[in-house]
Design a protein around this ligand. Sequence first.
Ligand code: ATP
Ligand code: NCN
Length: 274
Amino acid sequence: MDGQNITKVVLLACGSFNPITNMHLRMFELARDYLEDTGQYRVVKGIISPVGDAYKKKGLIEACHRLEMARLSTENSDWITVDSWESLQPEWVETCKVIRHHYDEMLAAEQNNDDVDTVKYAKKRRIEENYFDGSSYHKRRDGPQLMLLCGADVLESFGVPKLWKQEDIAEIVGRYGLVCISRSGNDPHKFIHQSDMLWKYRKSIHVVQEWVTNEISATHVRRSLRRGRSIRYLLPDNVVDYIREHGLYSDESERKNADVVLAPLERYTGASSS
Ligand SMILES: Nc1ncnc2c1ncn2[C@@H]1O[C@H](COP(=O)(O)OP(=O)(O)OP(=O)(O)O)[C@@H](O)[C@H]1O
Ligand SMILES: O=C(O)c1ccc[n+]([C@@H]2O[C@H](COP(=O)([O-])O)[C@@H](O)[C@H]2O)c1
């Protein structure tokens, strides 16, 4: 295979991870297999970015615990890492801004690796090639591409009125790219077909079919814990142990944020975000 034409990819998954489950980790494996099978990509890194507490989703426990569980779950992985930046922000950060943050970090790391001025100049030119001309994004020809990794429910949430900004969706799919893992109850292909914006950027949306029907969800894990049921084998053993040791997830924690507006929706209600 000609290595010159292979684009390196970094996958970024944003979500509550409340708590992280085996399915969250499997998403990375499925995405990597799918992208590498095309012969066009080599996935070099996966990043898990747990949302901050200011997201205010019902039942969202403290970021420090969600972060630690994600770290434990990836301690034996040689390519999936956990990043705390988003979870440490005092305000909720829109996903598009999280992606931009990681993209800038990636570019900075790349530039630090170059020690010859001419190479730096060439790199700068290529960075500038990654621009939006008013109707479409022009991608850089080299350097890793950052793609958002999500489940089909998140893709379909793009259609929930007032949840996402249209310009953010355009930037996420048009400028960066999206890998979407199928999830029972969702039909990503139909959703893309029915959305003019997603249809426009369909070539940047990679839909990956998970053939093993898998309904593991963090909601199910939290519910099982509240009912005193086993959660073993739904998530890594060290995460199960951490949950037990810290007595996480109870009726009380599930009531957290029950009466508050989810941060993205606050943008429209005008409610205070602090
Ligand atoms: N079983 C699954 N199949 C496909 N994608 C999944 C699955 N579980 C989670 N994901 C994806 O993982 C990412 C992070 O998800 P999140 O932390 O919201 O987990 P969740 O299980 O959906 O949570 P909750 O049940 O609390 O809503 C999202 O992109 C979500 O779509
Ligand atoms: O950027 C946005 O406008 C936006 C709107 C709604 C949700 N998100 C992100 O999508 C993720 C959804 O996670 P969850 O657990 O609510 O499925 C989480 O990382 C949120 O920050 C992002």
